[in-house]
Design a protein around this ligand. Structure first.
Ligand code: ADP
Ligand code: MG
Length: 257
């Protein structure tokens, strides 16, 4: 059971940015695994390479060297169209700056990932409303981002990240612009949804308090992995899923009697 194939496997990943005459080594020889349903934190100081690492796993940038396997398939071999499909199908994003479309309402912003996947409008709106309910913004659907507080805007972007039921959600300094209380509310929300649906979460931060939410803390320093700390054995929804499954089995048995 524990030997399941990782969702992501990074092998000797290197990223170099050419800067005029110079070459900036943003990441050097990073090898890591990310497993389904676990919450990870990439912890490190500014400039250590966290966002570069996140963006490559998310299919936004390609490694200069090495391989990033998603369910055993190398992401670096995909072309731009295939990468776009990968992001639409499997990935959700939460950004520090929310990245909401200013001219769209909260509800419309949340429906966007479904629009890209050509989900019919009625279903789109229903799912988006369900997500707005889940993040505590039931009656804010018609508001534009400028009519919402920072915390509320981040809630909208969390709803948008999860509306597709993605396998993995990437969050880059998701609470960087929020006060302490809102930060903890936001972390409870993101990790709560991820655990409920057994989704993988990769959070970038420099904040130890945020790292405390993770099952595994991966310390990034000078473009490399500086240490990995596992928290107490998986406290994920594995148990819940098992219960749900056994209930389902019982129901089936009853029907067959
Ligand atoms: P972090 O997210 O940990 O703050 P980054 O991954 O953004 O760090 O950056 C790692 C290093 O790579 C830094 O030295 C940064 O200046 C450099 N870097 C990041 N993106 C680019 C880019 N597009 N072009 C050139 N250098 C970059
Ligand atoms: Mg960064």
């Amino acid at each position: 059971m524990l030997t399941s194939e990782p969702l992501f496997k990074l092998q000797n990943v290197r990223k170099i940015y050419p800067m005029g005459e110079e070459r900036i080594v943003a990441l050097d020889d990073v090898s890591l695994e990310f497993h389904k349903g676990k919450i990870y934190c990439l912890l490190g100081t500014s400039g250590s390479g966290k966002s570069t690492l996140l963006n490559m796993i998310a299919g936004l940038e390609k490694p200069t060297k090495g391989s990033i396997l998603f369910k055993g398939k190398p992401l670096e071999k995909l072309n731009e169209t295939q990468l776009a499909l990968y992001r639409q199908r499997y990935v959700g994003f939460v950004f520090q700056s929310y990245n909401l479309m200013p001219t769209l309402t909260a509800l419309e912003n949340v429906t966007l990932p479904l629009t890209f996947r050509r989900v019919p409008k009625k279903i789109r709106n229903r799912k988006a409303q369900e997500m707005l309910d889940a993040v505590g913004l039931s009656n804010r659907g018609k508001h534009k981002p400028s009519e919402l507080s920072g915390g509320q805007q981040q809630r909208v972007s969390i709803a948008r990240a999860f509306v597709n039921n993605p396998e993995v959600v990437f969050a880059d300094e998701p609470t960087g612009n929020l006060d302490t209380r809102t930060t903890l509310e936001m972390m409870d929300l993101i990790t709560g949804i991820a655990r409920k649906y057994n989704q993988t979460l990769v959070i970038v931060t420099h904040d130890l308090e945020i790292a405390d939410y993770a099952d595994q803390i991966i310390r990034i320093k000078d473009g490399g992995v500086d240490g990995i700390e596992d928290k107490v054995a998986l406290k994920t929804t594995t148990v819940e899923t098992a219960e749900e499954e056994s209930i389902a089995v019982k129901t089936d048995e009853t029907e067959f009697r």
